[in-house]
Design a protein around this ligand. Structure first.
Ligand code: ASP
Length: 589
């Protein structure tokens, strides 16, 4: 049989069942395994649909010789007859486990060298090796499953938005550089030397302009690029589901997005997600959970006990409150006795968030055990335990610091305790909106206010007067969607008047000239009839990772980069030819 002809398959490798017995079939696939059983050779053929067992019998001398030489992961075509397996040979773990195919003819399309690692789940290769040979890593059934799930999710998103009369409109990848927030990836222009395009951090201004154009209800599954210092689980390029709508308020945006989440969970996981979602104001999220992406799958709500703490003789508590900070804590109910080592470990943990220490109260049958018993009367300790509703077996954790530090330390500790003590059941779901974010926050390094969401986010109309007098108090019409403690979407109702937009730029310390140079096109557009509008963007990679039950977004991206933004497979970023640089008019230092 000529190698140049691909035998056209009659079935894929996941298709055959006992009722197909007797059929002559053609399969194509990869040799996933080969076992020699005293003359009889078994092989598994794998393709994206599944695995089928093939058997070569010793009577067929030529065929068995061919099979004996089969190298793992080679691609082959196989013609054979489907045979029902005897009952005691059925493999219940394989959908095709009721049959095997008795080989009659075999062609090797491409013989594989020994692989750098075995194709199996879980992989036994280092992450670096997996990324270098990503095309092999992607052969693993788990990765195939993830990529198929990602495809399904993307299709479900498109179907949903199409039903709701959203239009998918592409926006440019080569745009004007307007860094605000993250750093831009720049693309030098050959025609206009010394000038640069930027890759979009998001299509934010374009989608707003599309609203001005009248394309009410836009969405796009779109790549975004941010040249940030990489942190674990960030990628320099990532995918958003980007959405914008005209003549809407928060309720309208929430309604569409809640419907989308419900649809995705139903279609992909077969799970019902009750709507509408809880809306938690930002100040409450910070006070109770210490962060703006709270996980509500477990309790342990934070409470402020500054009042009673400042009445004790414990200087650390008194000082914190006197200097405008707070004493806060939570009851890790039922975690039982805490060893000295555990307590020290947790204290180290909160220090990474700026806390100076961690105070523990262990509530036991015979009293309260705490390192601060020398400074705090039994009455005060009892009162604290009462405030935290503590009973024997509970442990109260407290931090005394400025408010921000209390939040960060306790919020993260709360998540850690829940994880360490396996408080989260696999089927639990926490999904909520965080609303009423501050419009701006003070950036100590830059000594100016920066937008908490982005500069196009509208303040609440009733707070606009505060923009001049007390900017930190202004609430934004911004919202985040938080799923199981991860921010999976964020958006806002936008500013649609050039006057207010200018005021916002001014507040951010962007002078009129700079604003004009950077965003003149948007402010001009607002002068020709701009609809009130708002939208949101979902982190599609994170969403898919959560649907797939993966911790890292790398597991749901076909060709990801490392945490340090390298592509180990193709070696990018790489140096380029002198000629290329000359054409661009670029000289390297
Ligand atoms: N463009 C914003 C972002 O990428 C989302 C939005 O406001 O729609 O975070």
């Amino acid at each position: 049989m000529s190698k140049s002809n691909t035998w056209q398959r009659t079935h894929h490798c996941g298709a055959l069942r006992p009722q197909d017995a007797g059929k002559t079939v053609v399969l194509n696939g990869w040799v996933a395994s080969r076992r020699d059983h005293g003359g009889v050779i078994f092989a598994n053929l794998r393709d994206r649909w599944g695995v089928t067992q093939v058997v070569f019998h010793p009577e067929q001398a030529e065929l068995i010789a061919q099979a004996g030489n089969l190298k793992l992961e080679s691609t082959v075509g196989l013609r054979g007859r489907v045979v029902k397996r005897p009952d005691n040979m059925v493999n219940p773990n394989m959908p095709t486990g009721g049959i095997e195919v008795a080989a009659e003819e075999l062609v090797v399309y491409s013989e594989a060298k020994p692989l750098p690692f075995t194709i199996k789940d879980p992989p036994d290769a280092l992450d670096e090796t997996r990324l270098k040979y990503r095309y092999l890593d992607l052969r693993r059934p788990a990765m195939q499953k993830n990529m198929i799930l990602r495809h399904k999710a993307a299709q479900a998103v498109r179907r949903y938005f199409d039903e709701k009369e959203f239009l998918e409109i592409e926006t440019p990848f080569l745009m004007k550089s307007t860094p605000e927030g993250a750093r831009d990836y720049l693309v030098p222009s050959r025609i206009y030397k010394g000038r640069f395009y930027a890759l979009p951090q998001s299509p934010q201004t374009y989608k707003q302009l599309l609203m001005v154009s009248g394309f009410d209800r836009y969405f796009q599954i779109v790549r975004c690029f941010r040249d940030e210092d990489q942190r674990a689980d960030r990628q320099p390029e990532f995918t958003q589901i980007d959405v914008e709508m005209s003549f809407v308020d928060e309720d309208a945006v929430f309604g569409v997005m809640e419907g989308l989440m419900a649809r995705l969970f139903k279609e992909i996981l077969g799970k019902e997600v009750p709507v509408p979602f809880l809306r938690l104001p930002y100040p409450e999220a910070m006070a109770k959970y210490g962060m703006d992406k709270p996980d509500l799958r477990f309790g342990m709500e934070i409470e402020d006990i500054s009042g009673i703490a400042s009445q004790t003789e414990f200087q650390v508590f008194k000082d914190a409150v006197a200097s405008g900070g707070a004493v806060r804590g939570f009851n890790a109910s039922g975690i039982g006795a805490l060893s000295r080592k555990d307590a020290d470990g947790l204290a180290e943990f909160v220090k990474t968030f700026g806390a100076k220490g961690l105070v523990t109260l262990q509530v036991q049958q015979d009293g309260i055990k705490t390192p601060i018993s020398k400074f705090v009367s039994e009455g005060h300790l009892k009162r604290m335990a009462e405030l935290y509703d503590a009973k024997p077996g509970d442990v109260i954790f407290m931090v005394a610091a400025e408010e921000k530090t209390c939040c960060a330390a306790l919020g993260n500790l709360r998540n850690k305790i829940a994880a360490d003590h396996k408080m989260i059941k696999p089927d639990d779901l926490s999904i909520l909106w965080v609303v009423d974010f501050p419009l701006v926050e003070w950036d100590e390094q830059e000594k100016r206010f920066v937008a908490m969401h982005h500069p196009f986010t509208s303040p609440k109309p009733e707070d606009v007067p505060l923009m001049g007098s007390d900017p930190a108090k202004v609430r934004a019409r911004a919202y985040d969607l938080v799923l199981n403690g991860a921010e999976i979407a964020g958006g806002s109702i936008r500013i649609h008047e050039s006057g207010l937009q200018q005021k916002m730029f001014h507040l951010l310390g962007i002078d009129a000239d700079t604003a004009r140079r950077k965003f003149g096109y948007l402010m001009d557009a607002f002068q020709y009839g701009a609809p009130p509008h708002g939208g949101i963007a979902f982190g599609f990679d994170r969403l898919v990772a959560m649907l797939a039950g993966e911790d890292s977004i790398r597991e749901v991206i076909a060709f990801p980069k490392t945490t340090s933004a390298l592509s180990l497979m193709d070696g990018s970023p790489s140096e380029v030819d002198e000629v290329q640089l000359r054409e661009l008019g670029i000289k390297l230092e």
